[in-house]
Design a binder for this molecule. Structure first.
Ligand code: PGA
Length: 252
């Protein structure tokens, strides 16, 4: 049985003071509502300490949205995994489509970060997904399998328990256009099948696959009802407790 895993990716939103107020409100509301899903929030780097502090004593996970592929050194403007761990960050999102497209991150670069995160004992949410053009030209499966093989290169079977995959069709992110639950489920089934080929059926069955792309309170239930959809990576609708609470309590 896979435990539902719902994550809020704040992207470049929320100052430290706004993040702390939000986190305290979320922890209280989630506890009162009896939310029993695994919950994660990913604030911008500078907002992380205030959020970790506000979430002390709560089981809500604090993740980073990115990290560097080196342990330390002369990389101006970058953040190392050890710095994140020192703050209490256990998890990092890697390969988000905004990083792939705006900052030209490719699979090899994402893979170097992912291997370093595992070496540092962190959990990873690896994002994969196709553009509209790729989907319309019949390349969905090719794109997903290239991103999975490239992103997970040299990841050992025993480390797969630290990996979550987020399927985020690029055309559905921030556009209000969601994949239908059926389309999303079939992409998730394909991803699970690839993982079974790369590793084993057992690892594929245990793998948590989140869907991301315009998830909100009104579509989350239908998405989560699908066999292969185990969670959500939520952007816009994670930015207020009012919108995020009904998502993390979709089963209530
Ligand atoms: P969205 O973003 O929910 O605003 O579409 C999702 C994401 O990019 O993780």
């Amino acid at each position: 049985m896979r435990k539902a895993y719902i994550a809020g990716n704040w992207k470049m939103n929320m100052t430290p003071s706004a993040g702390a107020a939000y986190a305290a409100e979320l922890a209280k509301a989630a506890a009162e509502a009896g939310a029993d899903v695994k919950i994660m929030v990913a604030p911008p780097f500078v907002t992380i300490p205030a959020v970790v502090e506000a979430l002390r004593g709560s089981s809500i996970i604090v993740a980073a949205q990115n990290m560097n592929d080196h342990k330390s050194g002369a990389y101006t403007g970058e953040v190392a995994p050890e710095m994140l761990k020192d703050l209490g960050v256990t998890t990092v999102i890697l390969g988000h489509s905004e990083r792939r497209s705006y900052y030209k991150e490719d699979d090899a670069f994402i893979n170097r970060k992912l291997l370093l995160a595992l070496e540092e004992g962190m959990d990873v949410v690896l994002c994969v997904g196709e553009t509209l053009e790729e989907r319309e030209s019949g390349k969905l499966e090719e794109v997903l399998s290239t991103q999975l093989v490239g992103g997970l290169k040299d990841v050992k079977a025993e480390d797969m328990e630290h990996i979550t995959i987020a399927y985020e069709p690029v055309w559905a992110i921030g556009t209000g256009r969601t994949a239908t639950p059926e389309d999303a489920d079939s992409a998730h089934a394909f991803i699970r099948g690839q993982i079974a080929k790369m590793y084993s059926d057992d690892i594929a069955q245990k793998l948590i696959i989140q869907y991301g792309g315009s998830v909100n309170a009104s579509n989350v239930k239908a998405l989560m009802a699908k066999e292969n959809i185990d969670g959500a990576l939520v952007g816009g609708a994670s930015l207020s407790v009012e919108k995020f609470l009904p998502i993390i309590t979709y089963d209530k």
